[in-house]
Design a protein around this ligand. Sequence first.
Ligand SMILES: Cc1cc2nc3c(=O)[nH]c(=O)nc-3n(C[C@H](O)[C@H](O)[C@H](O)COP(=O)(O)OP(=O)(O)OC[C@H]3O[C@@H](n4cnc5c(N)ncnc54)[C@H](O)[C@@H]3O)c2cc1C
Length: 457
Amino acid sequence: MLLADTIKDTLSNQLSPGAVLSEPEALHKYCSDASGLHFIPELVVRAQNTEDIQTLLRLANAYGFPVTPRGGGSGLAGACLAHQGGVVLSLEDLNRIRLIDHENFLMEAEAGVISQKVREVAWEAGMFYPPDPAGMDLSTIGGNAATDAGGPACVKYGTTRDYILGLEAVLPNGECVRTGVRTRKGVVGYDLTNLLVGSEGTLAVITALLLKLLPKPAAVQTLLCAFPSVTCAMENVATIMQAGHLPCAIEVLDHRCLALVGELLPFALPAGKPSLLILELDGPATAIAEEMETIRKLMLAHGTIDTLPATNSSQRQKIWEVRRQVSLRIHDYAALYLSEDVTVPISAIAPLVNALPDYEKRYQLEIFAFGHAGDGNIHLNITTQDVGLADRAHAGVRALLALVLDLGGTISGEHGIGIAKKPYIAMELPEPMLALQRSIKEFFDPNKILNPGKIFP
Ligand SMILES: Cc1cc2nc3c(=O)[nH]c(=O)nc-3n(C[C@H](O)[C@H](O)[C@H](O)COP(=O)(O)OP(=O)(O)OC[C@H]3O[C@@H](n4cnc5c(N)ncnc54)[C@H](O)[C@@H]3O)c2cc1C
């Protein structure tokens, strides 16, 4: 126990009324995320304002206890869990949209706003916030920034970082700072915004974000293409782009995923064990209708066994709901489930998925492949029904990550390192680079109070 009763009393006295939670049921609510890991915090602080965060961090330095920031708790790497004890700092009550500016295409949102609400508020105001991580009904915009979340739209629009012009954040010493600019460009000094984005709550607590918005696309079209194999589907990602098309989504579901969710689709799939690409275009209605027809013909000439256009918005919504269901169904199906979000160059996607059956055989695993094919970010869900084979499954993960690195890829495209991927980070970053990164952490947080023990082995 790091928190003596006197510290708990001090926190209760100095923070907003009701901010400190210590009842077992309340602590239990903050003990897990979507990684499957569990650590019960000693205390939860639901910050009511920026001053609560400043006071908490100053007390953490004075008494030497860890503080772990938490948004929606939808992370897949255990990064928001208090695995070294201390306080979980929940940002969920900092949930105001402070500004929506149609003239300058800007939004300022507090960190605890649910990501989907950011998209909805922008849309209702006639603007577009493109990042669309599949867990956006659970995650917060602050958590998206801290993990640089991506989503299907990344292939055309990029990740969360591409829409953050500036941040308001509390540093580990309790100082509140603003980074970045209100303009579309700005190169004055180091880019601290981009240092904090993706830092998994280890360098600062983000309290608000200034977001860049875009004009709304006029229309969207969705097409499913079924292929005889996942390798054939992946080969066609490059075919589409090399022909000059840039869809706003190119998602893949392999035959294993379709065996779990295929019956939910609003279409009958062709016989056999097909894999699917979900293609989406956005832009002026007539132009994208013509372009989609060109892509459809291109796919038919390159091995597609069937094409299934979504003809109305309800079919489109169903397709995305099915895509969302995949990881949940795999989770329910498998006794042991390890979720990897490797990313490889586009030319290496087909060789990667082509190698999977060999790894399945060698390590006695079932590997489900789905996700953001358009940017090479394939979610490999590595499963076995025999929990006794956990060591073998972990060995399989390590071997697959080595293959990904050999193919020029990275071990995590969007989920981050947290606790779950710590054993593997040194496979990608050489020791001098790890040392440099540790020294940045040390500079921001010399007393190691903010989310300690995450990212670095
Ligand atoms: C069904 C499902 C689908 C998903 N799909 C995607 C996807 O398509 N793309 C993707 O990128 N991810 C996806 N994820 C993972 C997850 O939703 C993202 O990582 C998300 O960005 C986490 O946000 P959160 O608010 O839940 O953060 P949390 O899980 O609460 O925290 C994640 C990390 O951010 C830090 N953090 C949170 N808020 C702050 C803050 N205000 N200041 C500083 N640090 C903070 C935490 O300390 C932790 O390190 C999915 C998850 C699920 C369950």
